[in-house]
Design a protein around this ligand. Structure first.
Ligand code: SF4
Length: 495
């Protein structure tokens, strides 16, 4: 089995064990360091992003406009990608279309072989996480160095990112100090500037000696054939200009028509990602270095990855998901992500965006817990710079899990839950049935163990609710009964 196949298999097996999500969540909830880091992140970034949206000179309409621009690109993806490929070729680069993760990895390995690549420096890229590129390169004997500071920390620790934009948010500076001391041989320090300097020194060597630079692509521009990358550390510029070969990966949907249309989206992306008006370094990369230009790579390759996106594109219910620009703003407000962090999601994509996109890319049954674990509170949609309706798609996924769907090869599951909700629906449609149910439940709850007026334990299938909390019992009288009694008393008082 190749490293990439192993990665794919991990995805399916890890996810197929439904308990992986629950176990991961349980571990995270009991990790005080992670809880404090997640709380700090959400308190800082969530409100700061909202504050910037409120101050947009163009008003909130800019977000709808940006959504429309992304949607237009997604709706015309075939033409956009064809134009992009023509322009990149005219600029001296090469475009490769990969249908699967394995194809994408194979193309990259072939480019590396052609150019006799022995070492690679990488800018942050979610799609390369998705396809398991690092494992495949390392399996081929190529040294890979992540150069985004957070990704570098995670790579040294042998872990997965926990946040789309802040991959090492779960690590304290003490942990990073110990890690650097062990792996880089530097004197122990927990001073962030010292640690950053240690990483910079180690990475500088790698930048200067690497044969190939690999980057992601925040947005490509069909009209000019540029890819645009945004970073705050300048590392992507080094990774894409110093080595002799640059390979950029993009999910096939990450494109807009022209540079003018990119501009509002990049601004909103920076607000969503890091509560900034614009990222520190915005780079437009249009191919290899020109003949009369000393700097830049000799070869530029763009690998456009499908890996399940065509299926999403073909389904009107989920096409909106392809508008996502992976800014991570939805993670910074999600109450579920704020408690369980990213590792429980078992995928490169975490939080509410991961709860939709991971099942769509890697199997809805395999990742059922992700979409059922979210609360549907709607905070993600409000935080999303493009107002992507994640709650609607979470519900649609749950619908497929309940009823099954041959198109998406979904087997119906959670049959008990489906039956219970069916029953609940019937009760709510008939007042007589509903009130009868309440009467029986009120009597039944007297048989359950109680403490200080609270129910301590519920029987299956409700037992999950009372595993870590006491449950409020049903009131002795319904609101309607109390209202009628009150009206009656007031009427009598007036007589
Ligand atoms: S769904 Fe919206 S907020 Fe979440 S990552 Fe995508 S663009 Fe950002």
């Amino acid at each position: 089995m190749t490293m990439s196949e192993q990665h794919q298999s991990d995805h399916q097996q890890g996810a197929a064990s439904q308990s992986a999500y629950r176990e991961g969540a349980h571990t995270a909830i009991n990790d005080p360091v992670l809880q404090s880091a997640l709380g700090g992140l959400q308190q800082r970034l969530g409100p700061a992003t909202q504050g910037l949206y409120q101050q947009l000179p163009e008003g909130q309409e800019l977000r709808s406009l940006a959504h429309g621009l992304r949607r237009k690109a997604v709706d015309n993806l075939d033409i956009m990608l064809e134009t992009l490929a023509d322009r990149v070729s005219e600029n001296g680069g090469q475009v490769h279309f990969a249908r699967t993760d394995q194809e994408a990895v194979a193309i990259c390995l072939e480019i590396a072989r052609e150019h006799q690549v022995r070492s690679v420096v990488k800018g942050k890229s979610m799609v390369t996480e998705e396809i398991g590129l690092n494992q495949a390169l390392e399996g081929a004997g190529i040294e890979v160095a992540e150069t985004d500071l957070g990704e570098y920390i995670i790579q040294l620790a042998g872990e997965r990112p926990t946040h789309i934009v802040a991959p090492a948010i779960h690590k304290t500076r003490q942990q990073v100090g110990a890690l650097f001391s062990e792996k880089l041989g530097t004197p122990y320090s927990e001073d962030p500037p010292t640690l950053t300097w240690d990483a910079r020194k180690a990475l500088r060597e790698k930048f200067l000696s690497a044969d190939m630079g690999i980057s992601g692509c925040n947005l490509a521009c069909a009209e000019t054939g540029h890819i645009t990358t945004v970073s705050n550390e300048g590392n992507i510029r080094m990774a894409t200009t110093l080595p002799r070969v640059h390979v950029a990966f993009m999910g096939m949907e990450r494109i807009v028509a022209n540079l003018e249309e990119q501009q509002p989206i990049l601004r909103l992306m920076s607000m969503g990602a890091a509560a900034q008006q614009i990222g520190g370094y915005v780079s437009y990369i249009g191919g290899p270095a020109a003949a009369d230009h000393g700097d830049g790579p000799q070869a530029f390759h763009l690998i456009v990855v499908d890996n399940g996106r065509s299926k999403i594109l073909a389904d009107p219910e989920f096409r909106e998901m392809l508008c996502c620009i992976r800014c991570g703003a939805c993670l910074n407000v999600c109450p579920v992500y704020g408690k369980i962090g990213g590792h429980a999601y078992g995928s490169a994509y975490t939080g509410p965006v991961g709860a939709v996109v991971t099942p769509l890319l890697f199997g809805i049954n395999n990742h059922a817990d992700l979409c059922t674990g979210e609360t549907l509170c709607g905070a993600c949609r409000q935080a999303c710079p493009l107002e992507i309706n994640l709650p609607r798609m979470l519900l649609a996924l749950r619908g497929k899990l309940s009823a099954g769907d041959p198109e998406w090869q979904v087997e119906p599951q959670r049959k008990m839950e489906t039956r219970l909700f069916g029953l609940w629906q019937r009760l709510n449609r008939s007042r007589r049935l509903y009130e009868g149910f309440l009467r029986v439940a009120r009597l039944g709850q007297k048989l359950l163990p109680a403490r200080q007026g609270m129910i301590r334990w519920l029987p299956y299938p409700f037992s999950g609710w009372s595993r870590s909390r006491d449950v409020q019992p049903l009131a002795a009288k319904t609101f309607m009964q109390r209202w009628q009694e009150r009206e009656q008393q007031q009427g009598e008082g007036r007589r």
